[in-house]
Design a protein around this ligand. Structure first.
Ligand code: GAR
Length: 267
């Protein structure tokens, strides 16, 4: 059997996807093991659950970092390798934001928090980082330090909607309120935008007229618990590569998009 991949997990809340991933590893549906669980939120239930399973945990308290930054803007240390302009150009999380102060506060506070995360992760070299209900956007500062091999990104996310519809913080809520007749979930690699990275897998479910928002969430989560381990296992089998797809858009313009190619056989 091939070497088990080492998986790091980041959570912000209850960590039910994290549970599904840990179980899938134990049942050998994923050829891997979860080696740490980190969070931006000291109160995340997922941290407790991981600690009970004897998995190392750590917290980078984003809310505190942002609060301190705003109350005492002169008194903070940026990471030595922080290049504000590089991150500003690359990131597309706030590309429509016109308030320059807001953009710089976002980039600077995230660099401080992300450098702290990288430091906490140092003792645990990992093959894959999975975001399991992690509710913070990662900036190019962090992404570039994790993704070091071209075409082989290492950060996966699960999103509660059929992307590219309904990116953001409330995918099932947005799907329900729009009156969609189908909902779904998406696993994708992280890129510099919000929920915009190359898609690895998707599952969908019907939304009946009698369904409440809680029914939609329940149906969606049940599919998430299947889909996420399946996508992680594709990664563990080394079957995922990101390639550039060239296409002609509706205006005749030639464009390119990063897409995931899934190899049919274990390589
Ligand atoms: C899941 O529905 C996940 O798709 C969503 O948060 C929930 C976390 O549940 N993630 C996002 O919205 C990411 N933007 P969990 O903590 O119980 O796994």
């Amino acid at each position: 059997m091939k070497r088990k991949i080492k998986i790091g997990v980041l959570v912000s809340g209850s960590g039910t996807n994290m549970d599904a991933i840990i179980s899938a590893c134990a049942e050998e549906k994923i050829n891997g093991e979860v080696i740490f669980v980190g969070s931006d939120n000291p109160a995340a239930k997922g941290l407790e659950k991981a600690a009970q399973k004897k998995i190392p945990t750590f917290v980078v308290d984003y809310a505190e970092i942002i609060r301190n930054f705003k109350t005492d803007p002169e008194n903070h240390f940026f990471p030595d390798d922080f290049d504000f302009e590089d991150i500003k150009i690359k990131q597309s999380l706030l590309s429509n934001e016109t308030d320059a102060q807001k953009v710089s506060t976002f980039i600077e506070t995230r660099a401080i928090a992300e450098a702290a995360f990288l430091e906490q992760m140092k003792p645990y070299p990992f093959d894959l980082l999975v975001l399991a209900g992690f509710m913070r956007n990662l900036t190019p500062y962090f992404i570039d330090r994790v993704n070091t091999a071209s075409g082989k990104p290492k950060i996966m996310n699960i999103h509660p909607a059929l992307l590219p519809a309904f990116p953001g913080v409330d995918g099932y809520g947005d799907t329900f309120r729009y009156g969609c007749k189908v909902g779904g979930c998406t696993v994708h690699f992280i890129d510099y935008g919000e929920d915009s990275g190359p898609i690895i897998g998707q599952r969908c479910f019907p939304i009946e007229a009698t369904d409440t928002i809680d029914d939609v969430k329940q149906k969606g989560l049940a599919l998430e618990y299947q889909l996420y381990p399946q996508c992680i296992q594709l990664f563990a089998q080394n079957r995922l590569t990101v390639v550039k797809m060239t296409y002609t858009d509706n205006h005749g313009k030639i464009s390119q998009r990063n897409v995931v190619k899934i190899a049919q056989i274990d390589q």
